[in-house]
Ligand binder design. Structure first.
Ligand code: DGL
Length: 286
């Protein structure tokens, strides 16, 4: 039986793994949040380190990488493919969904956050920080507009952040300065809530909070930080339960693939998971 037939003949079951992908370490923040609420789930993770940053790539490039990664995840019979990257969610969600068809559920980072805003922050002035791809695609802006809520969205591209984070957390003061410079931008003035619109950003949440707590004025410390990793993990849990697809048996596998082996990826996985993960090199293509 060829690979395609094997994929389409597979009947999705609760013991199947969850497939997660990102350009690099960002999706690990989502994986971490998922394992907090769904510790029994098996995970197959793909970090496309050979092609980061996605935020600076064209939509067509991101779509092409995403489809190839999906094939790797489908070969592993993933029941869900989670696009744990806002840039790929904004550029490739529809394309991926069409490609995957009924073989797995495709979840993106953006829709659960939009629903969270509708429920929790509908009348607020909301800031969004993300890559050039995410902000420039206008997907967030359009989806918020479609909600017809009284609140408003104010989006700022913060392209330096993901590469700085990916290259590891040295030079803390310099990182803090870059973050504060972005957060002081007039676009984000007087916001009530801030969406971390890139899966790398929870890794600098502490510095983001520090920025707001060090600002004088009562309102600055009251800004809600919308951590999309947590929002999506909770959405996934609900979805699995609703569809009777949460794993009830023993966790089988946790597999991490990266398309280019980098020391910073290894170091960052240790920081996040408090243990050395076994990473498999899975070189992609151009
Ligand atoms: N983690 C990705 C996101 O959420 C972006 C990082 C990159 O530019 O590769 O958009």
């Amino acid at each position: 039986m060829d690979k395609k037939a094997k994929i389409s003949n597979h009947k999705v079951q609760s013991s199947d793994p969850i497939g997660i992908f990102d350009s690099g370490i960002g999706g690990l923040t989502v994986t971490n949040a998922i394992l907090q609420v769904l510790p029994k789930e098996s995970i197959v993770y793909f970090g496309d380190t050979a092609h980061l940053p996605y935020g600076e790539k064209s939509a067509a490039e991101i779509q092409s990488y995403s489809l190839k990664i999906c094939d790797v995840l489908l070969e592993q019979h993933c029941k869900v493919i989670l696009i744990a990257c806002h840039s790929a969610s904004s550029a490739a969600y529809e394309t991926v969904k069409k490609h995957v068809g009924n073989a797995a559920e495709v979840i993106n980072m953006i829709d659960p956050v939009i629903e969270h805003i509708r429920q929790e922050h509908a009348s607020k002035k909301i800031g969004l920080i993300g890559t050039r791809q995410t902000v420039g695609s206008n997907v967030y802006q359009d989806k918020i507009k479609a909600l017809t809520i009284p609140g408003s969205l104010h989006a700022l591209a913060t392209p330096l952040l993901a590469p700085i984070i990916e290259s590891q957390f040295t030079e803390k003061e310099a990182i803090q300065a870059v973050i504060s410079d972005y957060l002081n931008h007039p676009t984000l003035a007087d916001i009530d809530a801030l969406i971390l619109g890139c899966t790398h950003y929870p890794l600098v949440k502490e510095q983001i909070l520090k920025h707001y707590s060090s600002k004088s004025g009562a309102s600055s410390s009251e800004i809600s930080i919308i951590d999309s990793a947590e929002v999506v993990a909770s959405y996934l849990k609900q979805w699995l339960n609703k569809n009777s697809l949460a794993n009830k048996g023993k966790k089988a596998i946790t597999r991490f693939y990266i398309s280019s082996y980098t020391d910073s990826f290894v170091a960052n996985t240790k920081t996040l998971f408090k243990e050395a993960l076994e990473l498999e090199n899975y070189p992609l293509w151009d």
